[in-house]
Design a protein around this ligand. Structure first.
Ligand code: ATP
Ligand code: MG
Ligand code: FE
Length: 347
């Protein structure tokens, strides 16, 4: 099916058209420069920016794909989770187009989009597989049984992986967003320079939860380290700190993903979300997977962070199963991935 999708859950205004797992066009208008002056995303500013950009992005996406409205089989938008005001802009635009052109309408769960971003680079991938979802707001290990059928096997107990990158970048005064800057700096640093805690989660009975993680202790350890280095009067070796931090995150995510895949007998790990772009994680996970005869798949770099092609891809999967959403569907700031089928009715 050919699907046009809109993604406005946070700070990118994105519109894309896919033919199942093949991209026809993908427009991503990032608001990062607008939010940078505030050091993070300002919700009200994001909504306004989406409003100003959305019509242009839709027109651009149709133009780039060289398609007309008769050729589109369905129209989708991210409806949860995310910033409510931001989501509303995309959802309202998608509903309007669906009514205007008399097309099926689908609301899409943002994280389902991140999971299916890997389909765009690996069109032959099919469930079951393990998804390692590492984004700005989430860090989860998800058993993907089928389209719409997910089981969360592990998650972070506090900060998400991307959030940890952003917070550590802030305390190193590297600006926002932190992931890409730390990744770049880390390549010039020594990952063994400083030993940092991996963040294991204790079980009441002693021992450790094998798949849950924690990043807030690591962030605090980096803060203490930087304070200590500053107190000693020397210059903070930022590249070494960045490299050591990145290595610790990569190691901790890799350990849990590999253990989980082996325990559940899943031979493929598909990584998704902004942190899937991280070079340290890619290297670490690929090396460990090769040792255990597991396959690791990543989206192309540009489809790790937010985009609409991944949303269109998830919508196309649902549409092909006969799933559509009621035109009265609303947005939700939070919605568990296990609840996605609430968004659809079957015809
Ligand atoms: P969510 O998807 O959970 O709602 P989000 O949409 O804000 O959150 P994404 O767009 O998936 O998150 O990813 C953005 C995050 O990815 C930011 O925290 C950013 O710092 C991080 N990130 C981007 N590139 C890299 C990189 N190369 N290395 C590490 N982190 C990165
Ligand atoms: Mg973003
Ligand atoms: Fe995202």
């Amino acid at each position: 099916a050919i699907v046009l999708a809109i993604e406005t859950s946070c700070d990118e205004t994105a519109v894309a058209i896919v033919n199942n797992r093949q991209i026809c066009s993908s427009i991503v208008a990032s608001q990062i420069p607008v939010h940078q002056q505030y050091g993070g995303v300002v919700p009200e500013v994001a909504s306004r920016q989406h409003l100003e950009t959305i019509n242009w992005a839709i027109a651009q996406s149709m133009e780039q794909a060289q398609l007309n409205w008769e050729q589109i089989d369905g129209i989708a938008a991210t409806c949860a989770p995310g910033l409510v005001g931001a989501l509303l802009v995309g959802l309202t635009a998608a509903k309007t187009l669906a009514i205007l052109h008399n097309k099926p309408f689908l609301g899409v769960h943002h994280l389902e989009g991140h999971i299916y971003a890997t389909y765009l680079s690996e069109p032959t991938l099919d469930p079951p597989f393990l998804s390692l979802l590492v984004s700005g707001g989430h860090t989860s290990l998800i058993y993907v049984k089928n389209c719409g059928d997910y089981k969360t096997l592990g998650e972070t107990r506090d900060d998400a992986a991307g959030e940890a990158f952003d917070k550590v970048a802030r305390l190193l005064k590297l600006g926002y967003p932190g992931g890409p800057v730390i990744d770049r700096l880390a390549q010039q640093g020594n990952p063994q320079a400083f030993a940092l805690p991996e963040g294991k989660v204790s079980l009441p009975a002693g021992g450790y939860h094998p798949y849950d993680g924690s990043f807030s202790g690591l962030k605090t350890a980096v803060l203490r380290l930087v304070q200590q280095l500053e107190k000693n009067g020397g210059q903070v070796p930022v590249a070494d700190v960045a490299a050591s931090f990145q290595e610790t995150v990569a190691r901790s995510l890799t350990k849990r993903a590999i253990a989980c895949a082996l325990d559940y007998g899943l031979n493929t790990i598909a990584v998704g979300g902004g942190v899937a772009a991280n070079s340290g994680l890619r290297k670490n996970l690929q090396a460990a997977a090769a040792k255990h005869n597991l396959r690791v798949l990543f989206p192309h770099l540009e489809f790790c962070t937010d985009n609409a092609a991944m949303i269109a891809c998830a919508a196309a999967e649902h549409l092909s199963l006969g799933h559509t959403s009621p035109i009265t569907l609303g947005v939700e700031s939070r919605l568990a991935l296990t609840q996605v089928m609430k968004l659809y009715q079957s015809d």
